[in-house]
Design a protein around this ligand. Structure first.
Ligand SMILES: Cc1cc2nc3c(=O)[nH]c(=O)nc-3n(C[C@H](O)[C@H](O)[C@H](O)COP(=O)(O)O)c2cc1C
Length: 194
């Protein structure tokens, strides 16, 4: 089986973020499956709230260029996004919006993002696992960026107690589900970028 470089991003920079834990668990899963995994912390890519006047003055922030460069070197991207009032992470949305405005150097932000393969996950202390937040994120990626998003996704409900001390999912069924989604991400991303 060919190895495929995969990127793991959480839509929260909060200390103790459940979604960061999910992103790290997914990355560890990918490594176990033989795929090189990179974990990105969006705290290392600070961007102002999107504002057309900021863009007119100086273009997208350098962090948007840097994050896009990282995206461009990974065929598949796993996004672990919290749900806020039934919607997607504003941090993730803002990062995506800025990256989509990168025009130069080529390839553009839209070209890079639109050619990635995405898998989605969410973790929430509540019972629905952040599922509703992924609806908006999926819509943004598919309709806004024309990206391929796997139909399979990972939901971790009652996530405060879901991870063990090593950061792995305690529930064998949930861990198995995560393994299958990561494997499919590698498979599809590998074929799209073969
Ligand atoms: C403004 C706000 C709205 C929230 N809305 C939801 C929600 O609709 N559904 C849900 O499951 N959790 C909701 N939560 C709880 C988050 O899922 C929880 O804070 C989670 O831990 C955030 O992700 P993180 O741990 O990765 O930072 C909300 C939290 C905040 C602060």
């Amino acid at each position: 089986m060919p190895t495929v470089k995969l990127l793991f991003v959480a839509g929260s920079t909060r200390v103790g973020s459940l979604n960061a834990r999910l992103a790290r668990a997914a990355a560890a899963t990918a490594e176990r499956q033989g795929h090189p995994a990179t974990v990105v912390d969006l705290a290392d890519y600070p961007m102002p709230l999107y504002d057309g006047d900021i863009e007119s003055l100086g273009g997208p922030p350098e962090a948007a260029h840097r994050l896009l460069d990282v995206m461009a070197t990974h065929a598949g991207v796993f996004l672990a996004s919290p749900e806020y009032n039934a919607s997607m992470s504003p941090l993730l949305k803002n990062s995506i919006d800025w990256m989509s405005r990168v025009r130069t150097p080529e390839p553009s932000g839209l070209a890079v993002l639109g050619s990635r393969v995405f898998a989605l996950g969410a973790a929430s202390p509540g019972g629905t696992g952040g599922m509703r937040g992924l609806i908006g994120l999926r819509y943004c990626l598919e309709m806004g960026l024309s990206a391929l998003v796997l139909p399979e996704q990972v939901l971790v409900a009652r996530a405060t107690a879901a991870f063990d001390d090593d950061g792995a999912l305690r529930d064998p069924e949930a861990a198995d589900r995560l393994g299958r989604v990561v494997a499919r991400l590698a498979d599809v991303a590998g074929r799209v970028h073969a």
